[in-house]
Design a protein around this ligand. Structure first.
Ligand code: ZN
Length: 164
């Protein structure tokens, strides 16, 4: 595994519609491994391939330790409800903002072994999945957020602070 550089806002790759993965080869497996290492190094709870410079439909989440989910070609089948989250992004360092996210998502995706999975995500996990899958369509949270501000301006308590 290796750390990869995280692309920052302003780089054109973050605005691209990423391409589907057609074959899960060694390059994709290495990408997944490197993304996990990079996400953990930066204390994130999720990261998407374009954030490490690869315009492919691959993203991962780790909303809590030991709960790593890897998505290849994720497709949102159902989206329901609303919740307001306060989140940040490894590609927009030092900032946070408030975003309306779905409360519940059902996502179809391939895992690293090529198995098709359909899984439900709710609450905080739905926030992270929504944030990461947005990246695959070239959407940053700051495109949707209100009250984008510098992180650390307010008390941490009562905040769902997300770095992904
Ligand atoms: Zn992000």
């Amino acid at each position: 595994m290796a750390l990869r550089n995280v692309v920052k806002r302003g780089d054109a790759i973050l605005t691209k519609h990423c391409r589907e993965v057609t074959e899960i080869n060694d390059r994709i497996i290495t990408l997944l491994d490197d993304m996990a290492e990079t996400m953990r190094e930066d204390m994130g709870v999720g990261i998407a391939a374009p954030q490490v410079g690869v315009a492919r439909r691959v993203c991962i989440i780790e909303p809590e330790e030991g709960r790593l989910v890897e998505f290849i070609n994720p497709e949102i089948l159902e989206s329901e409800g609303e919740q307001l989250s306060t989140e940040g992004c490894l590609s927009v360092p030092g900032m946070i903002g408030d975003v309306v996210r779905p409360q519940r998502l059902v996502v179809k995706y391939l895992d690293r072994y090529g198995n098709e999975k359909t899984e439900e995500f709710t609450d905080f996990e739905a926030v992270v999945v929504s944030h990461e899958t947005d990246h695959l369509d070239g959407i940053l949270y700051v495109d949707k957020a209100t009250n984008v501000r510098e992180a650390g301006e307010e008390p941490q308590e009562d905040m769902t602070e997300v770095e992904n």
